[in-house]
Ligand binder design. Structure first.
Ligand SMILES: [Fe+2]
Ligand SMILES: [Fe+2]
Length: 453
């Protein structure tokens, strides 16, 4: 069993126990059974690990250093435990060998209490096998999370691999399949460590030529969405490669067309649409006919197919796009809508793009996947610039699971419109500050990229 599965199991068992003590007497059979189950699982784990530890940091819960993903299965229990840890001011919770049913039940019963009562109850109960570390005002980043630099390196390496791949195809040069394969696994590792690190980098547009940047962003967004719906690492590797290759057919089109700065004529649009067909031939060159190659071809061919049967290339309305194509359809549209391009100088604000996409669920997009995608990015996606009700301007740097209207922000302009070094505020932590509306950063001469790099 994976460490992630162990983690979600423990969370589910803890959730069941805490719920049980909220409703029943501590001696009740329901409580006793719930406690027996979690103690049994903890004991099994404590044969492998010296301790079982849950850490909450910002909007994440880590189980023995592995971040637990919010998935459809187990979403409610993880959300509940996360919120409990947060409101009770618990930074980490460790279970040690020797834990027994009685200690577990008393501890779970404290979870009903308010923060202060919990703190007092915990220290007066003298727990020996359950250790609580309380949060301080400014929580230190856990060591295993100091990954920012590594994530950036991974992103830029991936960008380079994507650029080389497309340029080589363009110029009929040999392709380095090995490095493409390796980088996908690096991206997946990065995402399992810190989903939002890579997502932040996708929010910085135009780090490179649009085509390369867009291809990589679609790959990363697809991986993040795939991870949320619980795909295995192996499936993710295929999805990520296919996401990066979705527009690869464009290399078979004249460069003047791809880089044209004026509006395209009707004939030019028709030609551009051919990239879906051309993708197949380019993928044979880039990947060969292995399984990933075949899936990538299907996606390249179907990524402009809509959920309701419309879209191009024209196809039988009853033929539905495969799951991966529906994922890429969403990520592709979102990245395109939110990126300034030659013929769309002012892009959609991220929150507005999501609103448009929500309206188009069932029409263009798979409704369930759209919902998960919006949950993933939050109401104000990372990189959004927000006007706050205290007159300050802030940049969204992280989501808050479950408080999507109250993200973690960095202040970039003070009340008088002066640039400031940027205090980080978690708007969900009783900050008393509210979001008025998202705005275009450019209006204030701000380049969000400088705050993320
Ligand atoms: Fe496309
Ligand atoms: Fe695209």
């Amino acid at each position: 069993m994976s460490i992630h599965k162990f983690g979600t199991d423990i969370i589910a068992l803890l959730y069941a126990l805490v719920k049980a003590v909220q409703v029943y007497d501590l001696n009740n059979a329901v409580v006793q059974t719930a406690a027996k189950k979690i103690v049994y699982s903890l004991k099994t784990l404590l044969n492998i690990y010296s301790r079982v530890q849950l850490v909450r940091y910002m909007d994440y819960v880590f189980f023995n250093k592995q971040r637990l993903r919010f998935e459809i299965d187990g979403y409610a229990s993880l959300q509940f435990i996360h919120d409990k840890l947060k409101t009770l001011g618990i930074k980490s919770l460790s279970f040690l060998p020797g834990i027994d049913q009685e200690e577990m039940i008393i501890f779970a019963s404290l979870f009903k209490k308010k923060k202060e009562e919990f703190t007092n109850g915990y220290s007066s109960s003298g727990f020996k096998r359950i250790l609580v570390e309380f949060s301080t005002e400014e929580d230190e980043v856990p060591d295993f999370l100091r990954e920012g630099e590594r994530i950036k390196r991974t992103y830029f390496k991936a960008l380079k691999v994507t650029r080389n791949l497309m340029q080589n195809l363009w110029m009929n040069q040999p392709i380095d399949v090995k490095s493409s394969r390796r980088i996908i696994y690096n991206l997946i590792d990065s995402l399992t460590q810190d989903e939002f690190g890579l997502l932040t980098l996708t929010a910085i547009k135009n780090l490179d030529d649009y085509t390369y940047n867009h291809s990589l962003n679609v790959g990363i967004l697809a991986l993040a969405l795939g991870q949320r719906i619980g795909l295995s690492k192996k499936s993710l590797a295929k999805l990520g490669s296919a996401g990066i290759l979705h527009d690869i057919g464009k290399v078979a089109l004249p460069r003047e067309l791809i880089y044209k700065s004026e509006r395209l004529t009707n004939e030019e649009w028709e030609l551009l649409k051919k990239h879906s067909d051309y993708g197949i031939k380019e993928i044979v060159k880039a990947r060969g006919l292995d399984e990933t190659g075949l899936i990538s071809m299907t996606i390249a061919y179907q990524h402009h197919w809509n959920y309701n049967g419309s879209g191009y290339p024209i196809h039988n309305k009853n033929e539905s796009p495969i799951l991966f194509s529906r994922i890429v359809r969403i990520c592709d549209s979102y990245d395109a809508m939110t990126t300034p391009r030659m013929y769309q100088v002012v892009p959609y604000l991220p929150h507005f793009a999501l609103r448009v996409m929500w309206k188009l669920r069932n029409v263009w997009f798979d409704p369930l996947l759209t919902k998960v995608f919006i949950q993933l990015l939050g109401l104000y996606p990372i990189g959004s610039c927000l006007e706050l009700d205290n007159g300050e301007i802030a940049l969204v740097i992280r989501q808050n699971q479950g408080y999507s209207d109250q993200p973690i922000v960095k202040i970039i302009l003070d009340k008088d419109g002066k640039k400031v070094a940027g205090k980080v505020i978690d708007l969900s932590m009783n900050s008393g500050i509210k979001v008025i509306k998202p705005i275009y950063a450019q209006k204030y001469g701000i380049n969000p990229a400088t705050y993320f790099m």
